[in-house]
Design a protein around this ligand. Structure first.
Ligand code: SAH
Length: 349
């Protein structure tokens, strides 16, 4: 199968030369794809060309929306997408005053094994291609664009999967996302969240990519981090912070550290103080996150008073910090949960 959404406009031009098509045809098809149309919906394209493409197993987009759920509380939408091979992935659209942020998946499943996370429970199934990641944005954008309605303005690579474990497809996606003739989403409006694969963080900066880097730290001590994140066996906390500092120096973009608060695990004062010591003098930001309860995991989120105490210690030490607002709590919590419950329900039917 060939996905046209994997291609830039010039690559699409080259591809369509095999079908003896002029450049203007590539432009037409490209703008249909950006608008979220499949081959059959491209009304101004000759029918015989569409037929030849379909006979050659070519498709425009990498997925379709299987189901969507809208939060009655804050309008957050969760999408379940079906990929062309039948795999299911999920994404979330969050509405803010300044625009709409779409959280996208970069892999089906995940190999990282974090103990609190639902996405990694079944291991890694496969990487998504650049076009499959892009299709999530294209489709959500098309569904949310209209008169007086803005489509997707910001993208966070924070859904299922470890983006830097799928480096080539993810960087190609970053290139496609910001194309002027494409979705034209500003590079400034993209964030990438990683569990901290240090060489890849450095490579991203060296190769001139500049998404806001979000590092899932979750623990200031190596032994504690190893208990909750297997990736800590590969990189120490200080190596992760050194890579984040390198990223900041190269790109000038302030790094964000994520810290999900787990009761009796990482929510004590000693951890807060050590985190301050580690980050002192580094112009970064810390996001404290309420742990989403994942039934298979059994870990409990820290309570509000522990989170508040933790935040105050960071504040008092001059570390910029916010407690992340939780959105869409009525439509399934952490990424990876919706996909799991969908697959389980289907199996039980
Ligand atoms: N693999 C990347 C991106 C996907 S996870 C990463 O590790 O950053 C996105 C964020 O959600 C990470 O910070 C992750 O640690 C966090 N997360 C995963 N499961 C969670 C849960 N149950 N509760 C709170 N945060 C969770």
């Amino acid at each position: 199968m060939k996905l046209l959404c994997d291609l830039s406009l010039s690559e699409l031009c080259d591809f369509l030369k095999r079908y003896n098509q002029p450049a203007f045809r590539a432009k037409q098809i490209f703008s249909h794809i950006v608008a979220g149309r499949e081959l059959d919906e491209m009304s101004n394209i000759p029918k015989d060309l569409i037929k030849r493409l379909k006979d050659d197993d070519v498709r425009a987009l990498g997925l379709k929306v299987e189901e969507s759920f809208t939060s009655a509380i804050d309008g957050t939408v969760k999408y379940l997408y079906t990929l062309t091979d039948g795999n299911i992935i999920e994404g979330v659209l969050m509405r803010y005053k300044y625009g709409n942020t779409l959280c996208v998946s970069t892999q089906v499943g995940c190999a990282m094994g974090c103990r609190f996370c639902a996405s990694t429970l079944g291991g890694l199934v496969r990487n998504l291609t650049a076009g499959e990641i892009l299709s999530q944005v294209i489709v959500a954008n098309a569904l949310n664009t209209g008169k007086d309605r803005r489509g997707v303005t910001n993208v966070v690579l924070m859904g299922s999967g470890e983006p830097l474990d799928n480096y080539d497809n993810v960087t190609k996606f970053l290139n496609l996302l910001s194309l002027e003739e494409g979705l034209n989403i500003s590079r400034r409006n993209v964030s990438l969240s990683t569990c901290g694969l240090c060489e890849k963080i450095r490579r991203l900066a060296d190769e001139g990519y500049t998404p806001v880097l979000t590092v899932s730290l979750h623990a200031p001590f190596d032994d504690m981090r190893k208990r909750i994140m297997p990736v800590a066996n590969r990189y120490t906390v200080s190596e992760v912070i050194a890579a984040a500092k390198y990223y900041f120096e190269k790109t000038g973009r302030r790094v964000i550290f994520e810290y999900s608060m787990i009761e009796s695990e990482n929510d004590d004062e000693k951890s807060a103080e050590e985190l301050c010591r580690l980050l002192k003098g580094f112009s970064c930001h810390v996001n404290l996150i309420h742990l989403n309860y994942v039934k298979e995991r059994g870990l409990k989120g820290a309570d509000n008073s522990a989170i508040d105490k933790f935040r105050k210690i960071l504040d008092n030490n001059g570390i910029s910090c916010t407690v992340r607002r939780s959105m869409g709590s009525d439509i399934e919590g952490a990424c990876g949960q919706l996909r799991r419950s969908y697959i389980e329900n289907k199996r039980n039917k």
